[in-house]
Write a protein that binds this ligand. Sequence first.
Ligand SMILES: C[S@@+](CC[C@H](N)C(=O)[O-])C[C@H]1O[C@@H](n2cnc3c(N)ncnc32)[C@H](O)[C@@H]1O
Length: 273
Amino acid sequence: MAREVVEYLNPQSGGTILDCTLGFGGHARNVKIQNPNVKLIGIEQDEDALQEIKDINGIQVIKGNFRDLGELVKTRVDGVLFDLGISSYQIDEASRGFSIRFDGPLDMRMDKSKGKSAYDLICESSEEELYLIFKNFGEERYSNKIAHWVKKKLPKTTFELKEIVERAILGWKKRESVSRIFQALRIAVNQELDALSEALPQAVELLNPGGRIVVISYHSLEDRIVKWFFREQKKDDILKIITKRPVRPGEEELERNPRSRSAKLRAAEKNEK
Ligand SMILES: C[S@@+](CC[C@H](N)C(=O)[O-])C[C@H]1O[C@@H](n2cnc3c(N)ncnc32)[C@H](O)[C@@H]1O
């Protein structure tokens, strides 16, 4: 949703845009192309992405987790972007352990320098805790059975986990369940929902009056957090919601990039006080 991101951020000459999920800088570059006189600040927690991004001119890059936004960024900004989740690079790099298509160690950390890998999390969680992770973050119907077998077998690799899930739910829509279990573990490992809930108020705090916040989410749990946050801020007369309904990718983008099919963009503007 490259065009929509720029349209809703509406970057103005001399203004500052903060990209909280810089990745490989796709959206940041587009903003710069659209308006070269914009100052760009980017946050990213993945060291691999940061190595790539080093060469983009004119972006102030900060390594960190956006849940610490208030600590990481001290200047006021005119636009904030969150393009949530993981990048195509992270999905396709087997060694990161995110993908159901490639065999790799069951890691799933976006920041490899911190926290527990998915394997550690499985080892340290009880069956009941795994059940809750799968149910709450994956909305998986067979969480019970799957948690039982995952705890019993303690998978070390992505393919081991995939096989355990497939065996646990014999005959059912296996691929969807495997995807949901991978999503659930990834969310738990990276504490994604907590990070988002903590970051949104800090982002609004950093915005100048008239500044915009744009969030692209990829599953309903994230989108719900954004929707309710915007509603609350509207009630308190802090934000004006610009997208009455979430904006979805167009046909052409879906054809070009099938991974965008679950994307939902929401945007809001900070009221003048
Ligand atoms: C969907 S990708 C963004 C792609 C980017 N917009 C681009 O155009 O290249 C999400 C990125 O956000 C990063 N990320 C996710 N959660 C984060 C967090 N809490 N703090 C910092 N970076 C985060 C991921 O490591 C990943 O690189």
